[in-house]
Design a protein around this ligand. Structure first.
Ligand code: FAD
Ligand code: NAD
Length: 446
């Protein structure tokens, strides 16, 4: 069967590539091995955030006097999560894809030749492009006992139908901290095992300790500098001999690209896979190993779709055009949906210095009228990282209750290369938490 474009993997990234090429008039087939909508819709972003939100709403209510607060209704919380996954049924997304003019094929696709993908005994040939959007899978550590121990991965942690009475979480990354808080707030006795001195090591150094405080306030036992030595059913043994017990053990030690080797498909900013002649093989999203986030993968998908359409029309995408994912290098936002939330975009002060920039970081507690009205005893922290030679922002971090929505202003400032002198004229509404922007600029010297 011949199509203009063959997309392998129907997660959020594959859907966005296919949507864009189909909308541009190219016949497009999307091949999906499991559920159209991918990890994000059924076992990652959507169920995890649905599980976190009720606990955050309850905690927010408890921080303002006069609002009656009761315990979480666990069956209702789990039911709302299940609703957000459409009970792990993808018919709604298939309907969307078909309505968008995409041909949906179920099965596992493999590239079997130039411009050729095989699914079972069917062969799909692409006139213009094959786009790999196969996502990622959990990266399991080389832990003695793991192959014979039934453990949770993020799939079980986001789809569980009951609260385990105790849970051990191995790994202090984003999955680890979010899932530790979910299950602790739903009543599980949770131990988070972090190999380093703080969780979330890729963020500014003050982020991990603040999230740790939030988890401990929810009763999570956080073990730092704790290295796992082996695992057995219900027990994780640490290198120092301590044994951490739990009804379930969640392994949250990262993800690797879903390729046969586990290695990423290296791409340029238009999504072309490096080292393949003929400019027909593209990739986007988690499988590229660039940035494992849905929004950035979808941005790469829009770039790939646009690049394919441009090349069909005989044009070559340039940086910062619709056909190039240029922001991947400088302005990737991420929110960790714990309480306190972490909202970050760009580069940390350390990353900026390592990339050769002369930067100054401005740090502040989030203590403005808006934050004090938002919650009694509001506590939060902000850092703005300024490129001293250009007087533009290169990174911003907020930690605190309900800071997630503040990150987009920072993203706009970084992508727009707005100088701090001009940013001074972006006046935050009173009394909002955004007033911390004014205080950051004042502390910088304006
Ligand atoms: C617990 C958890 C929470 C997360 N929360 C967030 C969040 O809040 N925000 C955020 O931005 N990111 C979050 N992420 C990351 C996010 O889920 C991924 O970045 C995103 O799903 C990547 O999209 P993708 O389309 O590249 O891959 P996937 O969503 O993994 O989709 C890939 C699809 O390809 C299919 N596939 C694989 N191989 C083949 C093949 N050979 N043939 C056919 N089909 C194939 C798979 O079945 C799958 O449906 C979270 C991740 C986890 C694990
Ligand atoms: N809110 C969000 O944006 C969100 C939420 C969840 C996941 N995600 C994304 O999904 C991807 C996967 O998340 P993740 O948390 O699994 O990966 P991660 O890479 O963010 O974190 C994994 C952590 O496990 C640690 N680790 C590795 N091996 C270990 C071992 N043997 N023992 C103990 N610790 C070990 C690492 O040091 C790291 O801190 C990430 O790219 C993440 O950004 C995003």
């Amino acid at each position: 069967m011949d199509f203009d474009v063959v997309v392998v993997g129907g997660g959020p990234v594959g859907e966005n590539v296919a949507g864009r090429t189909a909308a541009g008039g190219l016949s497009t087939v999307m091949i999906e091995a499991e559920l159209v909508g991918g990890e994000c819709s059924y076992w990652a972003c959507m169920p995890s955030k649905a599980l976190l939100r009720p606990g955050h709403a309850r905690a927010a209510a408890a921080r303002v006097p006069g609002v009656p607060v009761g315990p979480l209704d666990v069956p209702a919380v789990l039911a709302r999560r299940t609703e957000f996954t459409s009970n792990w049924d993808d018919s709604g997304q298939v309907k969307w894809a078909e309505g968008a003019g995409i041909t949906v094929v179920r099965g596992r696709g493999s590239v079997t030749g130039e411009r050729e993908v095989t699914v079972g005994s069917d062969v799909y040939r692409a006139r213009h492009a094959v786009v790999m959007c196969t996502g990622s899978v959990p990266k399991m550590p080389p832990l003695p006992g793991l192959s014979s121990t039934p453990v949770w991965t993020s799939r079980e942690a986001t789809s569980a139908k009951a609260v385990p009475s105790s849970l051990v979480v191995l790994g202090g990354g984003v999955v680890g901290v979010e899932m530790a808080q979910v299950w602790a707030r739903l009543g599980s006795s949770v131990t988070l095992v972090v190999s380093g001195p703080r969780p979330l090591p890729r963020f500014e150094e003050f982020v991990g300790p603040l999230v740790c405080d939030g988890l401990r306030a929810d009763g999570v036992e956080v073990l730092l500098n704790a290295r796992a030595a082996s695992v057995a059913p219900g027990a994780l043994t640490l290198e120092d001999g301590r044994v951490v017990r739990g009804d379930e053990i969640l392994i949250a030690t990262g993800r690797k690209p879903a390729t046969s080797s586990g290695e990423p498909l290296a791409v340029d900013d238009t999504g072309l896979v490096s080292g393949v002649d003929g400019r027909w093989l593209y990739a986007a999203g988690d499988v590229t190993g660039r940035i494992m986030l849905t929004h950035q993968g979808k941005y790469e998908a829009r770039a790939v779709g646009s690049a394919i359409l441009a090349r069909v029309a005989g044009e070559e995408p340039v940086p910062w055009s619709a056909g190039a994912a240029s922001a991947d290098h400088v302005a990737v936002p991420q929110v960790v949906f714990t309480d306190p939330e972490v909202a970050f975009v760009g580069r940390t002060a350390e990353q900026a210095r390592a990339s050769g920039l002369s930067v100054r970081g401005v740090d502040l507690d989030i203590a403005v009228a808006g934050s004090s009205l938002h919650a009694d005893g509001y506590s939060g922290r902000a850092r703005m990282v300024v490129d001293e030679s250009r007087r533009t922002l290169v990174g911003v971090t907020f930690v605190g209750q309900d800071v997630a929505e503040m990150v987009h202003a920072a993203t706009v400032a970084i992508v727009g290369e707005v100088t701090v002198d001009r940013l001074w004229h972006a006046v935050p509404a009173y009394p909002t938490i955004s007033e911390v922007w004014l205080r950051l600029l004042e502390s910088y010297g304006l």
